[in-house]
Design a protein around this ligand. Structure first.
Ligand SMILES: [Zn+2]
Length: 134
């Protein structure tokens, strides 16, 4: 990952870190999920349950495989970034990079893929940094 310079104190930081080593400022990140089928995007800035209704516009027909909610995304920046968690009540498994999500939140990385089962409603993960200097 590309190193970043803290907006608050100017310290250069490691690309993977969210917490500035100079001043403990937490770099804000937003999560963008892009449908591989339609190219529609879903943008998240806060923790959000994602289900059939929210997925309908992004993935179209494949949203019928989703429960309400299907998975939860949350910005756990103190733990290093955005996380995804399968909703325990969902009928179909949520897949992360081709493997069913187990219990508990898992970290999301640039270029990861989320899907329902191995190949429905495939979403590509993009993480955008909002407040670091160029
Ligand atoms: Zn700083």
């Amino acid at each position: 990952m590309i190193p970043w310079k803290c907006k608050q104190c100017g310290t250069p930081n490691d690309g993977g870190a969210c917490l500035c080593v100079g001043c403990n400022h937490i770099r804000a990140q937003r999560l963008v999920l892009t449908s591989e089928v339609t190219d529609h995007t879903l943008v998240f800035q806060v923790g959000t349950p994602v289900g059939r209704g929210g997925l309908l516009k992004a993935v179209g027909d494949d949203s019928r495989y989703a429960s309400e909610p299907q998975f939860i995304v949350s910005p756990r920046l103190e733990l290093g970034g955005w996380m995804v968690e399968h909703a325990a009540s969902a009928a179909n498994p949520t897949f992360h990079n081709g493997t069913a999500l187990e219990h508990g939140p898992q970290p999301l990385k640039q270029g990861d893929r989320l899907s329902i089962g191995p190949k429905r409603a495939v979403l590509k993960v993009t993480i955008e940094n909002l407040d670091s200097l160029p």
